[in-house]
Write a protein that binds this ligand. Structure first.
Ligand code: ATP
Ligand code: MG
Length: 566
C-alpha cells in the first residue's frame, strides 16, 4: 500500500525522548512506530504495525515452506491444564492469573505448549496422524518483572510459536532441523546476523535447545565465544578449561582464622587481605527441598544454576544461613560443618585459599581444600568470564552482549507424558508423542533490527521489512514543476511498490530529517536544479548510492534497485 505523507499518521519527534537509554526504544518513539500505554505495554502506530506485518509475512512464508500449518489458539486458558505440567506454580508471578464470573481460575497464556498438547491428546491417536507441525502468530502475556528497552521486553507481545509432534526421536530431530533452517532464512531476510548457541532449557524443560542470538549492545543476554575456533554457547552453560592457579602449591601453612572487619563481599575481602579474588573460595548455601547444600566456586567467577542442574534448588534465606552456620552470608563455608558440598573443578587440589570462618567478620586463610573439608561432588558449575580458556582450542574466550530473537527446543515427552498425549504405533503399542517447540518474538525482532540498523540520523530498514520501500521528496511543493513531477512519479510507482509521497508543505530540511528518521531505504529527490534539467536524484538511505537519472527513467531505475519487475 502506498500513501501521501499529508494524509498519514507518522508522529515523528525531533528530540531525544527523556529517560530512554536504549537505541531501539528511542528510535521507535522518535519515528512514530510505537506509543507506550503502561509499563511493558505498547500500541503500534501505522508505520510500526507495517513493519511488524512485514516480519509476520516473512515468517509465514518460511513456516509454510516447511509444511507447517497455521492455527489460532486461545489466550484464555484454565488453571488445570497448567497444573498438569506443573507450570501454574512453575512460572510463578509471570503468568497473568484471574477468576472469571463463575469463579473459574484462568490465565492469559504466556506460551501454548499445554494448549497444543491438550489438542494432541484428544485428536492424534495413531502413528498415521503423525508427524504434525502447527504454528500460530499469537499475542502472549507475561508479567515480566523488568520490562525494558521499549519493545525488546514487554508484557504483551506477539510470538510466532510452533509445535512439532512426531513418533520418535528421529522424527523430532527432523522437525527441529526444518525449523532451524527456516529460522536461518527468516532472520537473514530480516537483515539479522544471528549466532546459534546451545541454550539452557529452563522452565520449558526437555532436551536439546538452541537460541538465535543477535550481537548488540542493547541485549540482556551474554554469550561466550571463541574467536579462534568458533565455539559459542549461552553463558550459563558454556564450559571452559580450568587452569591451576599460580600459587596452588604454597599451601603447607596451617588453617588460620583471621579478623576481617569489612563487608563480606569478594571485592572487599580481597582488597582488605590483598589476595586476588581467584584465591577466595565463594561458599554459597542453597536448599534442595529441606536439604542444605554448600556450593563452592572461585571468587572471580559466578555460579551457574543451570549447570548445577538440581530441580527446585533455591538460595538459602539470610535467617537460614545464620541458623545453620552461625554467621551471615559472606563469612560462611562448609569447614567444620557436616553439610553436603558441591565444588567446581577449578578448586580441585587448591591450597592457600581464603573462605568464611562461620563467624561474622572472620575468615579462614591457608585453606587446603583436600585437607580442611569434604567435597561430596566435583562438578562444572562456574560461568566462564572473558579471558577464560576455550574448551576446544585453548584460546581465550570472550563475552558478547546479545539479544535472543528466537528459541528452538526438542521437548521430548516433557508435556506429552503428564498430559497423556499418546498414540498407537505401527505394532499397536501405546507411545507418548515426541514434541518440539519453537518461538520467535515479533516485536523483539523489530526492535533488534533497529538496534543493528541505524545511524545518527535514524533507522535504516532492511528492504524486506521497511514500512515503505521508497519515499518521494519534492523539496519545494510550491513549485508547480516539482509538484507535477512528484505526482507523476508517484502515479507510476504506487501500484508497483510501497511508496510514500512527501506532499507536505514543509522545508527540505524537515522532509530529509523525517525521511532519514523513519528509515525508508530509497529516496527520489526532486529539487529546483534537477527538475530544470528534467532529472531527479535517486538516493539510498545508507548513503552508498546517489545518482541523477532522467525524470522519465526514475520509475524503472528505482524498480531496478528494488529488483521488482516493471
Ligand atoms: P527471555 O529469556 O528473553 O525472557 P524466553 O526464554 O522467556 O526469553 P521464550 O519463552 O523462548 O523466551 O520465547 C520465545 C521468543 O519470544 C524469545 O526468543 C523472544 O524472541 C520472545 N520473547 C520472550 N519474552 C519476551 C518479552 N517479554 N517481550 C518480547 N519478546 C519476548
Ligand atoms: Mg522470559
Amino acid at each position: 500500500m502506498s500513501i501521501r505523507w499529508s494524509e498519514s499518521f507518522i508522529p515523528t519527534l525531533k528530540e531525544q525522548p527523556k529517560g530512554v537509554d536504549n537505541i531501539s526504544h528511542s528510535l521507535s518513539l522518535r519515528a512514530g512506530l510505537v506509543k507506550p500505554l503502561i509499563s511493558g505495554v505498547y500500541s503500534y502506530l501505522p508505520l510500526g504495525w507495517k513493519v511488524l506485518l512485514n516480519i509476520i509475512t516473512i515468517i509465514r512464508e518460511e513456516m509454510n515452506s516447511i509444511g507447517a500449518q497455521e492455527v489460532a489458539l486461545p489466550s484464555l486458558s484454565p488453571r488445570d491444564l497448567w497444573e498438569r505440567t506443573g507450570r501454574w506454580a512453575g512460572w510463578g508471578d509471570e503468568i497473568f492469573k484471574f477468576n472469571d464470573r463463575k469463579d473459574r481460575e484462568l490465565c492469559l497464556a504466556p506460551t501454548h505448549e499445554e494448549i497444543i498438547t491438550d489438542i494432541a491428546s484428544k485428536e492424534l491417536h495413531s502413528y498415521k496422524d503423525l508427524p504434525q507441525i502447527w504454528y500460530q502468530i499469537k499475542t502472549k502475556y507475561r508479567d515480566e518483572p523488568r520490562p525494558r528497552g521499549g519493545v525488546l521486553r514487554v508484557r504483551e507481545f506477539m510470538m510466532k510459536d510452533s509445535y512439532s509432534m512426531d513418533v520418535d526421536e528421529e522424527g523430532v530431530k527432523r522437525s527441529y532441523a526444518l525449523h532451524r533452517d527456516a529460522y536461518i532464512r527468516i532472520f537473514t531476510r530480516c537483515g539479522l546476523d544471528c549466532k546459534i548457541v546451545e541454550a539452557p532449557s529452563g522452565v520449558m524443560g526437555g532436551g536439546l535447545s538452541e537460541e538465535f542470538m543477535v550481537p548488540s549492545e542493547g541485549g540482556e543476554d551474554r554469550i561466550i565465544v571463541c574467536k579462534k575456533c568458533g565455539y559459542q554457547s549461552n553463558r550459563e552453560i558454556a564450559s571452559y578449561k580450568r587452569k591451576k592457579s599460580d600459587n596452588a602449591s604454597n599451601g603447607s601453612n596451617l588453617l588460620t582464622k583471621i579478623y576481617t572487619p569489612v563487608e563480606g563481599s569478594v571485592d572487599k575481602i580481597s582488597e582488605f587481605l590483598k589476595v586476588p579474588p581467584s584465591k577466595l573460595m565463594k561458599s554459597l548455601l542453597f536448599f534442595n527441598n529441606s536439604e542444605p547444600i554448600f556450593v563452592l566456586i572461585r571468587g572471580d567467577h559466578e555460579v551457574s544454576i543451570e549447570k548445577l542442574g538440581i530441580k527446585g534448588l533455591r538460595i538459602a534465606e539470610p535467617h537460614e544461613i545464620k541458623s545453620i552456620t552461625g554467621a551471615e552470608a559472606g563469612y560462611v563455608s562448609p569447614i567444620g560443618l557436616a553439610i553436603r558440598t558441591i565444588a567446581d573443578y577449578s578448586l580441585q587440589g587448591e591450597k592457600g585459599l581464603v573462605t568464611g570462618a562461620n563467624e561474622n567478620e572472620y575468615h579462614f586463610k591457608d585453606v587446603d581444600i583436600d585437607r580442611d573439608l569434604k567435597v561430596n561432588e566435583w562438578k562444572d558449575i562456574e560461568i566462564p568470564n572473558t579471558g577464560d580458556i576455550c574448551p576446544n582450542c585453548e584460546s581465550p574466550l570472550s563475552l558478547e552482549q546479545t539479544i535472543e530473537v528466537g528459541h528452538i527446543f526438542q521437548l521430548g515427552t516433557r508435556y506429552s507424558i503428564p498430559m497423556v498425549a499418546f498414540f498407537l504405533d505401527s505394532k499397536g503399542d501405546q507411545k507418548p508423542i515426541i514434541m518440539g517447540s519453537y518461538g520467535i518474538g515479533i516485536e523483539r525482532v523489530m526492535a533488534t533490527i533497529i538496534e543493528t540498523h541505524y545511524d545518527s540520523n535514524g533507522i535504516l530498514w532492511p528492504s524486506e521489512v521497511a514500512p515503505y520501500k521508497v519515499v518521494i521528496i519534492p523539496l519545494n511543493i510550491g513549485n508547480p514543476k516539482i509538484k507535477e513531477a512528484a505526482e507523476e512519479i508517484w502515479e507510476n510507482l504506487k501500484e508497483k511498490t510501497e511508496v510514500i509521497l512527501d506532499d507536505r508543505d514543509e522545508t527540505a530540511g524537515v522532509k530529509f530529517k523525517d525521511a532519514q528518521l523513519i528509515g525508508i531505504p530509497w529516496q527520489i529527490v526532486i529539487g529546483e536544479r534537477s527538475i530544470s534539467e528534467n532529472s531527479v536524484e535517486i538516493k539510498s538511505r545508507d548513503g552508498k548510492i546517489s545518482t541523477s537519472v532522467l525524470k522519465a527513467n526514475a520509475v524503472s531505475e528505482i524498480l531496478k534497485e528494488l529488483k521488482v519487475q516493471n
